[in-house]
Design a protein around this ligand. Structure first.
Ligand SMILES: Nc1ncnc2c1ncn2[C@@H]1O[C@H](COP(=O)(O)OP(=O)(O)OP(=O)(O)O)[C@@H](O)[C@H]1O
Length: 411
């Protein structure tokens, strides 16, 4: 029978000094398992974060870490991720609650501390970026994140708020308000074309994918707006699997729909005035067709962006359980079908090895090992770079903690 406690007595503590690129040092007690050559777990350690850069206000934060860490099986290849100044997009996604936000936020901090002006965007309707950074990042606009060396901004897209606004303007102003709002989202042409089709009613029963349409319209703005041009790394904290897949397939859907509208418009341009009134009479059909064509081109751009192996990567985040691994396998299959580039798989919350497991930990670890074996033999997942992230016994909140986590994951 396994020992009844996870006592750290078998571990020899030693002082570990971690020095991050001239800004923050973490000093704490590290323990290691005598069975493995490298330090693998932090046991009953107390970390102090001290700012090393003289002009800055000293950052002093402490938290207790009792158990951290398995060794990473493969390095994540962070050097590749950070090397070019050309803008790159990273989307982190997976099953609910596996640690997408923590991994995305830690990557964003790591990019910013490596010199990249970075934007982290949440397209999950249930945002947790503010919780993760322990700063108020709400509001649906660019908000600076305090702490990293280079500019880091966050953007929480709030689809529900946007939908409410949409509803209000639809009720107050009739068609013109809706048009203004849709214009603001980069979807104005669609509103023009559909202006007479009672969009207000549509909102009472929002079509599947409206949230994603709002998120996508923001992506379109990234590509075109000056405000966003400074960012060389954009990290997306995406919604759980189902939402994300809809988000990725929406540009195709809109592209097809616009194509249909364009064809329809050509057909009706010489039809009866009653039909013409549905699409508005005042506008020259050629102009409207041109605008629609431009919107279609934008959608094609977005679709290409998601599929561009040079600038975009989808990182799957999972945990070592059978259910999460199965879902990740299905997610990868769907992303492959959509031609979205995936190279890395983060397995988060791995229990640290220990010579003195309690019964619960021993069973849990065995379970996790089985899930890791599943990953290694899964045809969808086995070819991905496997990044193992440790389970820590405190919530990862705030920039220093995210930096700590990022330095373990992103190597
Ligand atoms: N490696 C870890 N060790 C300990 N706690 C963790 C770890 N990773 C994440 N957590 C904790 O798990 C909780 C969920 O994490 P997070 O919000 O990052 O997950 P998520 O996948 O984004 O969730 P959701 O699907 O709800 O958006 C948080 O409390 C976070 O601090």
């Amino acid at each position: 029978m396994a020992s009844s406690s996870c006592a750290p007595s078998m571990f020899s503590p030693f002082l570990h000094k971690f020095r991050a690129r001239n800004s923050i040092a973490m000093v704490g007690l590290l323990s290691y398992s005598p069975k493995t050559p490298t330090p693998i777990s932090l046991t009953k350690s107390s970390f102090t974060f001290i700012s090393l850069s003289t002009p800055r206000k000293p950052l002093k934060k402490s938290f207790q870490v009792r158990s951290v860490a398995a060794p990473t099986e493969a390095v994540s290849g962070f050097d590749d991720m950070v090397s070019e100044t050309k803008r790159k997009y990273y989307m982190l996604g997976g099953k609910g609650g596996v640690g997408k936000t923590s991994c995305a936020a830690s990557l964003a901090v790591k990019f910013a501390n490596s010199g990249h002006p970075t934007l982290v965007v949440s397209t999950d309707p249930a945002h947790s970026l503010s919780d993760s950074f322990a700063q108020d990042l709400t509001g649906g606009t660019l908000v600076p994140v305090e702490g990293p060396d280079s500019p880091l901004f966050a953007l929480e897209i709030n689809p529900e708020k946007a939908r409410e606004e949409f509803h209000t303007v639809a009720q107050k102003n009739g068609g013109t308000g809706v048009k203004d709002f849709m214009d603001g989202m980069g979807l104005g042409v669609l509103a023009e074309q559909l202006g007479e089709l009672k969009l207000g009613e549509l909102l009472d029963t929002p079509p599947p994918g409206l949230d994603e349409a709002i998120a996508i319209s923001k992506v379109i703005q990234f590509l075109e707006s000056q405000e966003y041009s400074m960012f060389t790394r954009i990290v997306f904290d995406t919604a759980p699997t189902g939402h994300t897949l809809r988000l990725l397939s929406l540009p195709d859907f809109l592209d097809r729909s616009i194509g249909k509208i364009l064809k329809l418009k050509q057909k009706i341009s010489s039809a009866t005035s009653a039909i013409k009134s549905v699409f508005g009479q005042e506008e020259n059909p050629q102009d409207a067709a041109g605008k629609l064509e431009r919107l279609r081109e934008r959608m094609v751009k977005v679709r290409e962006l998601f599929r561009d192996t040079d600038s975009t990567e989808f990182v799957i985040v999972t945990i070592p359980t059978v259910m999460a691994v199965n879902e990740s396998s299905r997610l990868h299959a769907s992303l492959k079908k959509e031609n979205v580039p995936v190279k890395r798989l983060i397995v988060n919350q791995i229990l640290p090895p220990s010579a003195t497991d309690c019964k619960f930990c021993a069973i849990k670890r065995k379970d996790q090992m089985r899930a890791l074996d599943m990953i290694r033999s899964d045809p969808e997942l086995s070819n991905l770079t496997l990044i193992q992230a440790p389970l820590v016994d405190v919530e990862i909140r705030g920039v220093p903690a995210l930096k700590f986590m990022g330095d373990i994951i992103w190597k």
